[in-house]
Design a protein. Structure first.
Length: 187
């Protein structure tokens, strides 16, 4: 009789392990891929590309209805004015896209560029709201343009990085182009 009780006890332990393992299945991605490039087209023309070494699609934490696309090894998003002419780009070490809300969250070495204006934003955290057409940050930012370097805490812009504002400015470094020596002056 003791032998049967021991068998039942160990079989219950195995069943608990199986229950735990089955509950972990919900956390597995529904889609994963390596070295992925997404292309978005409008009227047959490429308007956006997304390149990443790794992508995972899964349910949002605590929300069984909404999916997220996670880019744990970083991502580069490029908007085109007319392919291959780049309008703006954002790259980061980590990103997550909340699909239902059309909101991207970027963390770690975030760099956003307006190629035409030669302006570059650097920060550690950025939110891109595709529905509203805005990018913003509440962290330390640095914006570099051909004329200035502006340092502050907080940033708001349109998603093409053409109309932007640095908040809580802590420093501005201005350059005067006529005082910068050219290569011809050095010879």
């Amino acid at each position: 009789m003791a032998f049967i009780a021991v068998i039942l006890f160990f079989s219950c332990n195995n069943d608990m392990k199986n229950v735990i393992q089955v509950s972990e299945l919900d956390k597995l991605p529904s889609l994963s891929g390596d070295s992925i490039v997404f292309i978005q087209k409008e009227y047959g023309k490429i308007v956006l590309s997304i390149a990443t070494p790794k992508v995972l699609k899964r349910k949002a934490d605590g929300d069984d209805q909404n999916d997220v696309m996670e880019f744990p090894e970083g991502v580069t998003v490029v908007q085109y004015s007319s392919y291959p002419d780049t309008l703006s780009m954002i790259s980061t070490n980590y990103a997550i896209n909340y699909e239902a809300d059309n909101v991207w969250e970027a963390r770690g070495n975030v760099v956003a560029k307006n190629v035409q204006k030669q302006e570059c934003l650097q920060t550690e955290y950025l939110i891109w709201n595709q529905k509203k057409g805005t990018i913003s940050s509440d962290k330390k930012v640095q914006v570099t343009s051909p004329d200035d370097i502006i340092i502050g805490e907080g940033f708001v812009s349109d998603d093409q990085f053409t109309d932007w504002q640095v908040q809580k400015v802590t420093g501005v470094i201005s350059f005067e182009n006529e005082n910068i020596p050219s290569e011809e002056d050095e010879e």
